[in-house]
Design a protein around this ligand. Sequence first.
Ligand SMILES: C[S@@+](CC[C@H](N)C(=O)[O-])C[C@H]1O[C@@H](n2cnc3c(N)ncnc32)[C@H](O)[C@@H]1O
Length: 202
Amino acid sequence: MEYNESYKTKSVGAYAESLHKFVNGTEIIKRAEKSDIRVLDICFGLGLNLAVTIDEALKHNITNKIHIVSVEKDASLLHIVKNTHILMPNAGYKVLRKLINNGIYNNFSLEYYIQDAVEFIYSLDHKFDVIYFDPFSKKHNSEMWSDKMINKLYSLLRDNGVLTTYASSKAIKESFLNAGFNISSLTSLGSRYQPATKAVKK
Ligand SMILES: C[S@@+](CC[C@H](N)C(=O)[O-])C[C@H]1O[C@@H](n2cnc3c(N)ncnc32)[C@H](O)[C@@H]1O
């Protein structure tokens, strides 16, 4: 039957975005299949990137250790994650809630900091394999996108470590290149989305 109407999706949804840009974009599961890994999650928000990561790790029966360090300035979001039991993906959020309460669950562990990400990141010196860089946009959160910050993120990655972010403006890509990253664009999720940026430390 012909309906003479077309279906136009405005968004593929937050879950798909998280899976594509952060979990698949960094190939975190492949990395965790090979060795223990350390993940820096900037900024936690409602924990979706982490819940999707944990969910995928569970589906792939990852047994190597996944240690997560996460920072967020808005404490009310943590409260929502702890108390909202219908968040999806369910299995990922279930483990994330255990990690928020106890810090460790099986092969997963979480250090969670409620503070300004800028001063927190500058205070770090441990290296990471994967960075999820998910602050607000440069327009609203310019201190998170400074050259100084991008250089610091480069220094926090191990060789062959990877960072992904949803942003892809020319200026942001230039900052990543100047810091020493090899950059590429992830495939776009449609016209509503910028193609996310993948930055690898070589
Ligand atoms: C795009 S949301 C993050 C979504 C999150 N990654 C998730 O998976 O649900 C951006 C978050 O950055 C946080 N944020 C913005 N500026 C910050 C800063 N300077 N320090 C810490 N958190 C910040 C906001 O409170 C907001 O929760």
